[in-house]
Design a protein around this ligand. Structure first.
Ligand code: THF
Length: 272
């Protein structure tokens, strides 16, 4: 049984330094950390507290729509972005907008997700299979600057003739709310890796999570102590029940997680 997340939580809980932050909450923080999840060992949904996959799936589908208004999220029962939305529900040119329609200086738009799919199919050895949400020129128009900012795909070639390549993904997350956000972020990118692999006829490899400012908010300390007193269970399994026509055609009902055994949920306030 693997405990990459719990080891990370414990590391920052015990080794972190006190650091003030934008939200005024205060944190215990470590700069730089990496976790690796072999997606063949199971789906990396944290088990030491109950994590609600519904919000994670809905949020990922919302990114892939290129959407930046919380209305669609709310209509689908996901409220995790409400705190940051403006009166009309909009968040500015956040993740989905940059993923699907990064604006170019000549007035055009780049669909980074479609480009990733195309490159994985045509040139899987490429070292340029990257999506960036960190659009420097747009940062000041965003309700919140991207935390998970930059990710890269990598294909390990087949090991047998006629075999399938293995798709890995590495994320760089500049700012990581370890207790509330990171379990969501890990599951979200693991799910995306499975979806991209399915669309490109690849097997899954590793999801690698790399963090910049990795912090535990001061008002999450008790929750973290409780979580660290619990022993992890084995990871569940992800089943994708259908192969949609494109990476943009997945629906909530296409996903099922089987055998998710977890400890009870732990409530905590989110820093805004
Ligand atoms: N801001 C902060 N301070 N932390 C974050 O994790 C974070 N995000 C997104 C944007 N800003 C952030 C929003 N993502 C929850 C989970 C993810 C969020 C925001 C909030 C949350 O409260 N989770 C609870 C309840 C889940 C539910 O309602 O279903 C939990 O117990 O997990 C990270 O990218």
């Amino acid at each position: 049984i693997r405990s990459q997340y719990e080891d990370f939580l414990r590391h920052v809980h015990t080794q972190g330094v006190f650091k003030a932050d934008r939200t005024g909450t205060g944190t215990t923080s470590v700069f730089g950390y990496q976790m690796r999840f072999d997606l063949n060992e199971g789906f990396p949904l944290v088990t030491t507290k109950k994590v609600f996959l519904r919000a994670i799936i809905v949020e990922l589908l919302w990114f892939l729509r290129g959407d930046s208004n919380v209305k669609w999220l709310q209509d689908n029962g996901c409220t995790i972005w409400d705190e940051w939305a403006r009166a009309d529900g909009d968040l500015g040119p956040v993740y989905g907008v940059q993923w699907r329609s990064w604006p170019t200086p000549d007035g055009g738009h780049i669909d980074q997700i479609q480009q990733v799919i195309n490159t994985l199919k045509s040139n899987p050895d490429s070292r340029r299979i990257i999506v960036s949400a960190w659009n420097v020129a747009d940062l000041d128009k965003m309700a919140l600057m991207p935390c998970h900012a930059f990710f890269q795909f990598y294909v390990a070639p087949p090991t047998t003739p006629g075999g399938r390549g293995k798709l890995s993904c590495q994320l760089y997350q500049r700012s990581a709310d370890i207790f509330l956000g990171v379990p969501f972020n890990i599951a979200s990118y693991a799910l995306l890796t499975h979806m991209v692999a399915q669309q490109c006829d690849l097997d899954v490899g590793d999801f690698i999570w790399t963090g910049g400012d990795c912090h535990i908010y001061s008002n999450h300390q008790e929750q973290v102590a409780l979580q660290l007193s619990r022993a992890p269970f084995a990871y569940p399994a992800l089943v994708i029940k259908r192969r949609p026509a494109s990476i943009f055609d997945y629906q909530f009902e296409d996903f099922e997680v089987q055998g998710y055994q977890s400890h009870p949920a732990i409530k905590a306030p989110v820093a805004v």
